[in-house]
Design a protein. Structure first.
Length: 292
């Protein structure tokens, strides 16, 4: 089995014995029908129809798709995986930034001047059931054990991977590659856990809601769950509020998910819906309204 995988990798790396070309933007991929067409019935149908000039030439044009996403798709068709660690290329004047595939390194944290002492972190409290200050949070106990330094957590992926995986998910659906679609969903769901509080979250959600049918809930479900779980924080993000205001179906799904929020861990400061005083006040107001 390993010999077969090594042979397929060699075909991918060298393009030897290729009998088909895929064109995207200004790049041409030398590929093999036995690999590409066997995995994508959409491409197979086009290449089997000699009435099309591209099929007669052994070429398939993907001009409507982004080059980095096409590269990821082809890489998966040969090697059953793809790299989702992407960086945004520098913006040229008058042009939009493009996603590029590559093993990007996380930018280093800016140096802290040694002359300025680090301020002592204030204790963090959590709200108790009455909206007051309760016990010290776990974060405060960690600070006590680390000498007042907040331990840095290095993210596993970049924020742009969230948007990139959503695009791979869409192209997998377009070319009917279910295994790639499942992998992209898994990768995107993991990115959601790390990068829900970024602008890429709203961009990925908008991309999904505008390019997938409402019946396709495989990845939509993860996005809705993340939005409902972190709604208290996300409502402070302008781009998220704007997205919700223009996509009522998304807002409805989030509200429906929040209706069963007992099963969710909602982040941010959340207060109880009612208190004993609030309940007593409402009862008094009702008695007054009915002359009781």
């Amino acid at each position: 089995m390993s010999d077969a995988l090594d042979a397929i990798r060699a075909l991918y790396d060298t393009g030897k014995y290729s009998d088909m070309k895929i064109r995207c933007e200004d790049k041409v991929f030398d590929v093999h029908r036995a690999v590409i067409c066997m995995r994508s019935p959409v491409i197979a149908a086009a290449m089997d129809d000699d009435r099309w000039e591209e099929a007669a030439k052994g070429e398939y044009h993907m001009s409507d798709d982004e080059l980095p996403v096409v590269e990821a798709m082809i890489h998966y068709l040969y090697l059953r995986t793809y790299d989702d660690q992407v960086t945004l290329a520098p913006k040229a004047s008058g042009s939009n930034s493009q996603l590029r595939v590559g093993k990007a390194k996380l930018p280093p944290s800016p140096p802290t001047p040694e002359s300025k002492p680090k301020p002592k972190p204030e204790p963090e409290f959590e709200l108790d059931t009455w909206g007051g200050r309760g016990n010290l949070t776990w974060n405060n106990r960690v600070l006590a054990h680390t000498g007042g330094r907040v331990p840095e957590v290095t993210p596993v992926s970049l924020p742009s991977s969230l948007l990139f995986n959503a695009k791979v998910y869409i192209i997998a659906d377009k070319y009917m590659i279910p295994a790639l679609k499942s992998l992209a969903c898994e990768k995107c769901s993991k990115s959601l856990e790390e990068h829900w509080n970024t602008s890429e979250f709203s961009a990925a959600a908008e991309l999904l809601w505008e390019n997938t049918p409402s019946s396709d809930m495989l990845l939509r479900d993860s996005v809705v769950t993340a939005a409902a779980s972190h709604i208290n924080v996300l409502l402070n993000r302008g781009e998220f509020v704007e997205f919700m205001s223009t996509h009522g179906d998304f807002a409805v799904e989030v509200l429906k998910r929040m209706k069963g929020r007992n099963n969710l861990v909602v982040t941010g400061n959340s207060y109880p819906d009612t208190t004993p005083w609030d309940s007593k006040f409402k009862k008094k107001a009702r008695r007054s309204a009915y002359g009781l």
